[in-house]
Design a protein around this ligand. Sequence first.
Ligand SMILES: Cc1cc2nc3c(=O)[nH]c(=O)nc-3n(C[C@H](O)[C@H](O)[C@H](O)COP(=O)(O)O)c2cc1C
Ligand code: SF4
Length: 429
Amino acid sequence: MSAFEPVLTRIVGIENSHTLSVYEGQGGYQALRRGFQLDPDTVIEHVKNSNLRGRGGAGFPTGVKWGFLPSQEQSPGPRYLVCNADESEPGTFKDRVILRHNPHLLIEGCLLSCWALRANHCFIFIRGEYASEAKIVERAIAEAREAGYLGRNVLGSGFDIEVTVHRSGGAYICGEETALLECLEGKRGYPRIRPPFPAVVGLYGRPTVINNVETLACVPSIIERGGEWFTSLGPENNTGPKLYAVSGHVERPGTYELPMGIPLAELIEEHCGGIWRGRKLKAVMPGGSSTPVLTAEEALAVNMDYDSLAKAGSMFGSAAVIVMDETVDMVQVAFNLIRFYHHESCGQCTPCREGCGWLEKIMKRYTEGRGSAGDAALVLDICDNIAFKTICPLGDAARMPLEALITKYRAEFDARIAPSTFAGGGGGR
Ligand SMILES: Cc1cc2nc3c(=O)[nH]c(=O)nc-3n(C[C@H](O)[C@H](O)[C@H](O)COP(=O)(O)O)c2cc1C
Ligand code: SF4
């Protein structure tokens, strides 16, 4: 692992790393020049060969997603690339590092992807609260335009590319790709029912690819060094460099760039300096607040990649690692999480809207020591009624961590049952 050289954060730490002169001085925009000498389909082939999987959470193979776009003959007219920089899931702050310190890498990735997809317009949809990052990206776009990397006739290719920054209103649901498209169109952030999928009917009814910041930031290095190099980092099917955003009870929280598939124990112990104040590890949410919690034992045995975490009963998600020490009250964790998801539910689907509300009430009762004997079963029943029955994955993002928490830390929940309810009484919803 020590031989690993950062790719996405290589220039982070250099003074003025966000400027064009520093980026170009470090070899920036060479991949764009190379990419424009290649046929767009060849660029797509390189991305397919890299096995790059989307870094926004679901891990869908990027090259395959790009391949879903109909050809110009099948669907003549505009098509769009949308960069998802909404980054609003609790614990997730990895994209912010790129936006803030290496915006030209993202822009270069967007431009190369536009070329591959034959899209003349890219929208960067950025979290509402990332006001200073939006300004940094806008300034970088202006510099790139001045240098001829975007605008009309990019690098003399005859191909035009526009890049527009759009600031989100600030709701977590707006990061869900179809809610995001609604927002871009000036509407309320309600997720769309699929099919049709955005690749066919996306922004303004046109074919659209939506990719995460980190996904797009991987593209320049793939074009520069080749798909095979990318696959050499990490285990099969889980390849490339990766940003891990580590928060919680470690000595050195922060964003770390390391290969895919590193042991979670190594990330916590070696890179983050171990559990703070000499305490013991209790639990880890390995991929953001929507991913099922791992016990200390499970966490210390797992590797950080899509397949290993799925095997361990959790998810890689956005690789936002939330570390909890032995003092953490898991009932309070459950309440905090469901309060967030209930607040963020857009309310379109009954199971998510009502279910999250009921779950919040039950969790609140638990935190106040007013749980009832039937509550654990009730929680699991409500979760079951949300599972896979909603328009978008927010419903599942809300119920999955709760199911894991109440199952793995049941004793802590049972300890909050009001004594009177053991005799068969129970609190209502
Ligand atoms: C509630 C919700 C919020 C999401 N927020 C984000 C986000 O902030 N950034 C992101 O890239 N993907 C987010 N996603 C995932 C996107 O819908 C989409 O899968 C992703 O942008 C695709 O990019 P990728 O293929 O590069 O991973 C969210 C999904 C859900 C359900
Ligand atoms: S699952 Fe929740 S957030 Fe998603 S569309 Fe339905 S109500 Fe809205």
